[in-house]
Design a binder for this molecule. Sequence first.
Ligand SMILES: Nc1ncnc2c1ncn2[C@@H]1O[C@H](COP(=O)(O)OP(=O)(O)OP(=O)(O)O)[C@@H](O)[C@H]1O
Ligand SMILES: [Mg+2]
Length: 504
Amino acid sequence: MGKKEDFFAHIEAGYTTKGDYISMGAAMLDGEAITNALVKIPLKTLNRHGLIAGATGTGKTKTLQVLAENLSDKGIPVLLMDLKGDLSGLAQPSPGHPKIDERHEKIGFPFTAKKFPIEILSLSEQEGVKLRATVSEFGPVLLSRILDLSDTQEGIVAVIFKYCDDHKLPLLDLKDFKKVLQYATGEGKKEFEESYGRIATSSTGSILRKVIELEQQGADLFFGEKSFDVNDLTRIDENGRGFISIIRLTDIQDRPKLFSTFMLSLLAEVYATFPEQGDSDRPELILFIDEAHLIFKEASKALLDQIESIVKLIRSKGIGLYFVTQDPTDVPDAVLAQLGLKVQHALRAFTAKDRKAIKLTAENYPISDFYDTKEVLTSLGIGEALISALDEKGRPTPLAATLLRAPMSRMDVLTEKELKEVIDQSRLIPKYNETIDRESAYEILNEKIEKAEAMAKKEEEKVSTRTSSSRSRRSSTRQNPVVKVLTSATFIRGVLGILSKAMK
Ligand SMILES: Nc1ncnc2c1ncn2[C@@H]1O[C@H](COP(=O)(O)OP(=O)(O)OP(=O)(O)O)[C@@H](O)[C@H]1O
Ligand SMILES: [Mg+2]
């Protein structure tokens, strides 16, 4: 047998699947695609997470697009974090190109153009379905992680949540949280002291400063109502295609804290909401995070630990997470170690540091009789990548330099008009986009303080008329409880708080 036949047999055996799969393209030997030596990724192992890496312009985002559209085609919903705004083209079919046909001829199956159902979501004031979560849902542990608080400060946050629980004060937005924090060392000082112990003003001051920092990154837009129900991420359209939800994050690049806050809350919510899957043939939802280094950048150790444990846990719910980034070393080792699919596009060897990174990357791939991995890494063309996946039994598949299929949808972005059409057709926008500011901790405490003050004033008047009196002029607010008791249904502690506690 010649080398080519050997290679064909090696790929065919390594990528055989009994169940359903996605064909990524054809394996290449000595820089040439071997027609029909298809690199197939089983749907069954897609919940084992993955990485798409490679130098700029080598085809990472298109690989993401290819995966997303093929998942949608198989009825699997997808969530994309679009940091550069270059993925909206999924909603329109590819116009095609002779080069694309040529590519597919080499691969071994014909090119088809298709469009996919998309939904645009937003974390900021950009158009799209507004993504929000309440502070209550976020929970004390996660909030402390995001704010990077000390143990003492974290204890205070826990007390604040407990107080709000005990008094049925809904913590909806950061305004509510700040109000209770100030109240704890201000008007409500005595009340807090009696029930929960003394709280130092210096501590609440530091927490407050950190909350303000978070607000400055735009988090006040994220915290509030109406909370996004993650079940809305798993919709299937009338043709049986999974919805591709695209979160436009083009204005978030310089706000890493907001991005990681949001990511973590989303992952925790998804984890808490989705049922255990057991041994399933296909994933429930796949998430892609483009420019993933942004969540890890500036993340504290505590936050990284939290991300790491969520990545580990979420798999059993049938959720796959895919990180897209230039350099695989952007992703922490503990997360990298958990990734089943690796799609490595070309790396460039400009500097000594680059060459070191290439050597390291090559060492992380399975050994192949057919390739010099280091050499392949620098010689891959655009739209080609080294792939290593997991087969249905969870074993690594053979390393395959792959000529990747082209996206079926448009590689370019939507025009303003096309984007408007998508937004106009959205069924989720009417559900989420009205701003609600119902009575919550902020209003309730203000009312309470006002009443207490009015009461104190009355008392004062009484005192001044009774000239002989020597008792304290000010009545404590605790003796005049005017806390509104809301129905318990309006205040349900989010699963997030519970989850974070469980993961501590
Ligand atoms: N699978 C593919 N089929 C056909 N053309 C492709 C494919 N992948 C990439 N290309 C071509 O390469 C170009 C760059 O790809 P892409 O935008 O995915 O790069 P990238 O790695 O995401 O770059 P950056 O790091 O700048 O985001 C595309 O515009 C397209 O013309
Ligand atoms: Mg890109």
